[in-house]
Design a binder for this molecule. Sequence first.
Ligand code: G6P
Length: 372
Amino acid sequence: SAAEKGGYASFMLKEIAEQPKAVTDTLLGRIDPEGTLHLDEVRITRGELREVDKVVIVACGTAYHAGMIAKYAIEHWTRIPCETELASEFRYRDPILDPHTLVVAISQSGETMDTLMALRHAREQGAKVLAICNTNGSTIPRESDAVLYTHAGPEVAVASTKAFLTQLVACYLVALYLGQVRGTKWGDEIRTVIRQLSEISGSVERVLETMEPVRELARSLASHDTVLFLGRHVGFPVALEGALKLKELAYMHAEGFAAGELKHGPIALIEDGVPVVVVVPSPAGRSVLHGKIVSNIQEIRARGARTVVIAEEGDEEVVPYADHLIRIPATPTLLQPLVATVPLQVFACELATARGNEVDQPRNLAKSVTVE
Ligand code: G6P
């Protein structure tokens, strides 16, 4: 009903708007004033966490994109090898698992069949399973060794938004906690990032306040057939998520690519007027990849692409090559997905609406896929 949507035209719009609070709620009580993490609720002992020699993340859909981003954070802050795999692929390839493997299963609903089967397989091999889940008492946390709940509140729209942002927060917490417990050379950076994470919801709020030009742009693209997305490093999964949202909601051909792969195929898709959304990493000094992606933007623009550039405030280098510029607040490199994803959600939602689609209940899709 209209009342349940709290005055918004759809649950999706309501849930997008709730993201700053969802992020805050997921951090609540887990960081002390000294900037130390407290995750005692995760019932895997510190001793066991110190012995972990491999992390494997399994998930489906949007949760899988959160897991892809987690890999960058976990390997950087903990120096433990980490792989992220689609739950539907995982158990059919005889993966290598043992009691020193930490498997992280990410699921909003806690009921996705492939994710559940993947974690059952992992536990049979003796691995420890930590669930990141938004639904209290659902099957996946019940069958796991431990759970870290996201506090996004109920998510009604089929396409995941606030659950995704809180999954990211939970993944960063796991990565930082593992780093904190094990002690790595990144100790100072970990403490700094914990503080920055505790302030990030203000940045999400700022992004939401500046979305009108994004909505306008989305409406102007309603009659296009294809939108491409490019990113690098943690911006790559963000590009995949932007493309997934557009498929789910606008029923458009949308693809995300790692910008470094452009010359290995995707550049052949560029023709006059094709919109390409580019997620730009932090400017030079903080990310060596910045210059590389600026060259990519020039390359595709020279071939006719209409460039939609998502770049941090203060990044002036991209300005000459952006047909449309979407600003996001400056953020530590690994945390950028928390702000960079938001315009892509708004973009997909508005484009879908402009195309006359029902955003909360996209055709052929289910909120939770409980069959294989
Ligand atoms: C379905 C939903 C997606 C979701 C995916 C995984 O495909 O439509 O929004 O990302 O399932 O769901 P889960 O509940 O496991 O996060």
